[in-house]
Ligand binder design. Structure first.
Ligand code: HEM
Length: 111
């Protein structure tokens, strides 16, 4: 975990900053960011985990818009455990429609 707070490696090690992984708007790989570890004892499940994360987030983001409840400012404060995780929070998931490609299902003719 220490390497994630190394100020020689990260521009703002203690602040959420997507720019750590961006260069001219493109994804930039960082050698010191190894969430699955590496080498012989690296995570065996990495390919599966990556596919799962992709499916999980794309499915949710295709169907919903996520935003803070009215008058609530979300916090980036975290809880320390085996991993760092967010403090309890509430979030609104607004439906973006049913995601069905065939609009004829919705013209009222039949169900
Ligand atoms: C986001 C999800 C995951 C993360 C961040 C993650 C991360 C890691 C890390 C850092 C290690 C190395 C631990 C060490 O240094 O000893 C590890 C090991 C391992 N992971 Fe994962 N993992 C994830 C998901 C999975 C999944 C889905 C599976 C299996 C289906 C899995 C199976 C394993 C196994 C078997 C090892 C032990 C490898 C060994 O010691 O030879 N992981 N994981």
């Amino acid at each position: 975990r220490e390497v994630l707070f190394d100020k020689n490696e990260w521009e703002t090690p203690h602040t959420f900053n997507p720019k750590h992984f961006l260069e001219d708007g493109q994804f930039k790989k960082r050698e010191t960011f190894l969430p699955f570890s590496a080498g012989k004892r690296g995570c065996l499940g990495e390919p599966l985990a990556r596919i799962e994360l992709f499916l999980f987030f794309t499915a949710l983001l295709q169907k919903f818009t996520f935003q803070a409840p009215k008058d609530v400012k979300l916090s980036l404060q975290f809880r320390v455990g085996i991993t760092l995780c967010p403090q309890p929070y509430q979030i609104c998931a607004l439906s973006r429609g049913c995601g069905c490609y065939d609009t004829s299902y919705h013209d009222g003719s039949s169900s």
